[in-house]
Write a protein of this length. Structure first.
Length: 428
């Protein structure tokens, strides 16, 4: 191995993004590198429990008193229309307002920049790994190389006229290609912000080129998407696919053996209680048994007699014992489920869930359904089709075995070490 590196890691604040990052950072830690996460105070214990050092900046305690973060986030998604029946084109306006132009979002990025600058000055990292929307100017204007870690569907970061735009959920067969250009035009607006550049200018920095929010200066982009589902991306040395974030080979299953259900319903579907009630009402009319991760609003609905569930359940060990998963289609869940060789019914609610659901559907590894226009007939027929498709089960097992035997995570670590040891990189 090359000289041990000091690596600073920053992820957008969500459990899912932290969990996704472990697919790479755990390997780097085991290879002898020093890995430090920049986190707010309420994530400190979680990261330390995984063996990482943490750095909490001066703004890291701002939200220490915030309780029930899951409930707060779920409520925001519903109230802003981000989760709701509107189509993916309309939701671009909601994303823009909440995630990119909102005063709270901009202030949060400035708070992060202040913390990031402190971490950079104190830790003097050799390398930064970031899963982020906004690039901190203290990183951009430094000589420190950084790696873009993509925890979402890769379309979010790929802008290619031959591929549908990210978050659109459009098919790859170009059957609606006449809609792509306008969607992509609006989607690309997320890449620019006068507000953000006004704020970094106030901090004493120059504006980013063309008022971008994340100039593409990374030395490498790492993402996870099973090859069976992957897009014909431009394959070059600047992108690397590890296929799955966490392989789950060692998950403890002892406490799950007594449950042994047939299907598993993923959690964030319950952001919209009406959708969850409709779904569980439909599934109550089948002969199958279900285990339901009810999510942060678990107290607001009861489960029918053929279901068992709780607020949060350990998805990874449960997957070994179910025959099918009904999911929102988030990237963490998709890769975890795929590597356990389980067929999926995806009911996308927002962001890249639409892209993942569509890709499952068009590659034949699952079925996409609309959670807001779901009928009993289509749900039951989809269950029957997937549960009785022996050819699909074989395909999934073959794919899962291939991924489990892959050493893509070790290869990308070696790639990073070689880049850093030889200074064999350039900012794009």
């Amino acid at each position: 191995m090359s000289q041990p590196l000091t690596i600073l890691v920053y992820c957008l604040e969500s459990v899912g993004r932290y969990n996704a990052s472990f697919g790479l950072t755990t390997k780097l830690l085991k290879r002898g590198h020093r890995v430090i996460y920049l986190v707010p105070i309420h994530y400190k214990e979680k990261l330390q429990s995984h063996g990482f050092e943490v750095f909490v900046g001066p703004n890291g305690g701002k939200f220490e008193v915030e309780k029930n973060l899951g409930e707060t986030f779920s409520k925001m998604l519903l109230e802003t229309g981000i989760v709701g029946p509107d189509n993916t084109t309309k939701k671009l306006d909601y994303y823009q307002k909440v995630f990119f132009d909102g005063d709270d979002a901009i202030q949060k990025t400035i708070d992060v920049e202040i913390d990031f600058k402190c971490a950079m000055n104190e830790l003097k990292p050799d390398l930064v790994i970031g899963d982020l929307f906004f690039l901190p100017p203290s990183l951009y204007f430094s000589n420190t190389p950084w790696i873009q870690y993509i925890s979402t569907n890769p379309l979010i970061e790929i802008h290619d006229d031959e591929l549908p735009p990210g978050t659109s959920g459009f098919p790859c067969d170009k059957s609606n290609q006449h809609e792509w250009a306008e969607f992509e035009r609006k989607f690309k607006q997320f890449s620019y912000s006068k507000k953000y550049n006004d704020e970094i200018e106030k901090l004493g920095y120059q504006r980013f080129p063309n008022d971008q929010v994340k100039p593409q200066t990374q030395i490498l982009s790492v993402y996870a998407f099973p090859d069976e589902l992957n897009y014909p991306l431009v394959r070059n040395n600047d992108w690397y696919n590890i296929e799955v974030f966490v392989k789950n080979e060692s998950a403890d299953t002892n406490d799950i053996l007594k449950i042994m259900p047939k299907e598993f319903i993923d959690d964030t579907l319950d952001v919209d209680i009406d959708v969850m009630k409709r779904l569980t009402g439909i599934l109550a009319n089948t002969n199958h048994k279900y285990i339901v991760s009810k999510g942060p609003r678990h107290e607001e609905f009861d489960l029918p007699r053929n279901m068992w569930g709780d607020r949060y359940l350990p998805q990874i060990p449960i997957l070994k014992f179910v025959d099918l998963v009904i999911t929102h289609g988030g990237n963490n869940s998709l890769t975890e489920i795929f590597v356990q060789a389980k067929p999926m019914i995806a009911l996308p609610m927002f962001w890249d869930q639409y892209d993942n659901a569509q890709r499952l559907h068009e590659t034949g590894y699952g079925i996409r359904l609309d959670p807001y226009n779901l009928t009993q007939d289509e749900m039951i027929s989809s269950l029957d089709k997937l549960l009785n498709d022996e050819q699909l089960k074989l395909k999934l097992k073959t794919a899962a075995n291939r991924i489990l035997q892959s050493n893509a995570d070790e290869i990308v670590c070696e790639k990073i070490e070689n880049l850093m040891a030889n200074n064999n990189y350039s900012k794009n």
